[in-house]
Design a protein around this ligand. Structure first.
Ligand code: IPM
Ligand code: SF4
Length: 475
């Protein structure tokens, strides 16, 4: 019988396999950030162990760092402590660190692909759930806990049980005016936020093949938001073209060899998945979450569901979510006003995201009562955006243009949504308190967030600007 992409990567990396026991997997790349690593390094120190493969370990600072002027001292002392500890640990254990002065610094899941560290067929781990992002390259990538971070640092291996496999076949192509974010939100909306629990998902089909690498990253990034262990997309010519010339990618003869190796990673035609789901991309419309999990989502032309229209098991959670969100069933999504906009996070802070958002805001003004932030995912994205003049488009429209980091995605630094403020956010999580205490998060695409910043409410980007020109301010 044929094998899936997942099984092929697994078999290549399984060092020890025993019946009913977790296998020991070899890890090709270990990504490290300041929040989940301090205790792991401390553990090594106590046991007097070294890092087994510092050359396969890469660290960055992203979660707790300020995104304002970096020449100023940190205001947050916990963040300062985490960042200093990471710098000390990396020095002591010989690990490459992209610190705040590095032009390669940024969100861990943005920098590894852009540097070409993420490659097809690899096993990649990080003490971070959105490690699933790297699956867009056909790498088996998943988040691990701090004790596992220590294990990988010490041994370059990880104990893992094999997951079940789920194929999501996505037919048709994305309609004009919709984004990869709308696609993944629609999928989670249709199947539920725990649909893929225990599975490794492979996204397949025409719609996926037609996505750019950055769009594929948005899809795989949110795999974890439907419970999946990891998300995977088969590598293809787009993957290879994206990687060509990247810093950590081989060139010359070695490039040919690398491609030959990468081409081995595909799902055989006769391979079987434990579960298969089908989805039609051609019918999706821009999405906005109204609740406190990403599956509580509606199309921009729809209303917040009436309780009687929901399946019985969803009514309780929906009522609780709406109470927290300060919303009523039956409210049209376009009547939801916002006062914060966050364009950033490892879901949607790459150059294509910023280009699409800039295209919408160009020439307009952020609504008076709205505070809007653009936080590029990495310093490289920031520099590229500045070279293209995108920063000026955002600044002229009234957005704040920040340094790279996780920022308002989880509010571990001072970039917070205040209690009962409502934020259109391009990030991936909307649970209670995610962006700040009592903060209300609506997950959307960069285009939808940009349009919401201008209109002060959710509007249909497919009709922007024609339908809305009378109600918005121009520069
Ligand atoms: C801080 C980190 C452990 C966390 C994660 O694992 O995902 C964060 O990145 C998040 O998005 O909530
Ligand atoms: S941007 Fe958000 S989701 Fe991504 S790693 Fe940072 S905190 Fe986690």
């Amino acid at each position: 019988m044929g094998r899936t992409l997942y099984e092929k990567i697994w078999e290549k990396h399984a060092v020890v396999e025993e019946q009913d026991q977790p296998s020991l997997l070899y890890i090709d790349l270990h990504l490290v950030h300041e929040v989940t690593s301090p205790q792991a390094f401390e553990g090594l120190r106590i046991k007097n162990r070294k890092v087994r493969r510092p050359d396969l370990t890469v660290a960055t600072m992203d979660h707790s760092i300020p995104t304002t002027d970096r020449s100023l001292p940190f205001k947050d002392q916990i963040a300062k402590k985490q960042v200093d500890a990471l710098a000390k640990n990396c020095r002591e254990f010989g690990i490459k660190l992209f610190d705040l002065d590095s032009r390669n610094q940024g969100i861990v899941h943005v920098i590894a692909p852009e540097l070409g560290l993420t490659q097809p067929g690899m096993t990649i781990v990080c003490g971070d759930s959105h490690t699933s992002t790297h699956g867009a390259f056909g790498a088996l990538a998943f988040g691990i806990g701090t004790s596992e971070v220590e294990h990988v640092l010490a041994t370059q291996t990880l104990k893992q049980f094999k997951s079940r496999t789920l194929a999501i076949n996505i037919h048709g192509t994305l309609p004009q005016g919709t984004a990869a974010k709308d696609l993944i939100l629609s999928i989670i909306g249709k199947y539920g936020h725990d649909f893929a629990t225990g599975y490794v998902v492979e996204y397949r089909g025409e719609a996926i093949r037609n996505l750019t690498m950055e769009e594929r990253m948005t899809i795989c990034n949110m795999s974890i938001e439907m419970g999946a262990r990891a998300g995977l997309i088969q590598p293809d010519e787009r993957t290879f073209n994206y990687l060509k010339g990247k810093q950590a990618v081989p060139d010359g003869m070695e490039w040919e060899e690398a491609i030959a190796e990468w081409k081995k990673y595909y799902t055989d035609e006769d391979a079987e998945f434990d579960l298969t789901a089908d989805f039609n991309a051609a019918e999706i419309i821009p999405q906005v979450t109204w609740g406190t999990n990403p599956g509580q989502v509606a199309g921009i032309t729809e209303v917040i569901p009436l309780m009687e229209d929901l399946p019985a098991d969803q009514i309780g959670p929906a009522k609780k979510a709406l109470k927290y969100m300060g919303l009523q069933p039956g409210t049209p999504i376009t009547e939801i006003g916002i006062n914060k906009v966050f364009i950033g996070s490892c879901t949607n802070s790459r150059i294509e995201d910023l280009r699409k958002a800039a295209k919408i805001v160009n020439g307009y003004k952020v609504a008076e009562h709205v505070e809007a932030l653009v936080v590029p995912g990495s310093q490289l994205v920031k520099m590229l955006a500045e070279a293209e003049g995108l920063d000026q488009i955002f600044i002229c429209a009234g957005f704040q243009w920040r340094e790279a980091g996780c920022s308002m995605c989880l509010g571990m630094n001072e970039d917070l949504v205040l209690p009962e403020e409502r934020c259109a956010s391009t990030s991936n999580r909307n649970f209670e308190g995610r962006q700040g205490r009592n903060a209300r998060t609506h997950l959307v695409s960069p285009e939808m967030a940009a349009a919401a910043a201008i209109a002060g409410r959710f509007i249909d980007v497919r009709e922007w600007p024609v339908k809305y020109s009378k109600e918005v301010s121009v520069q």
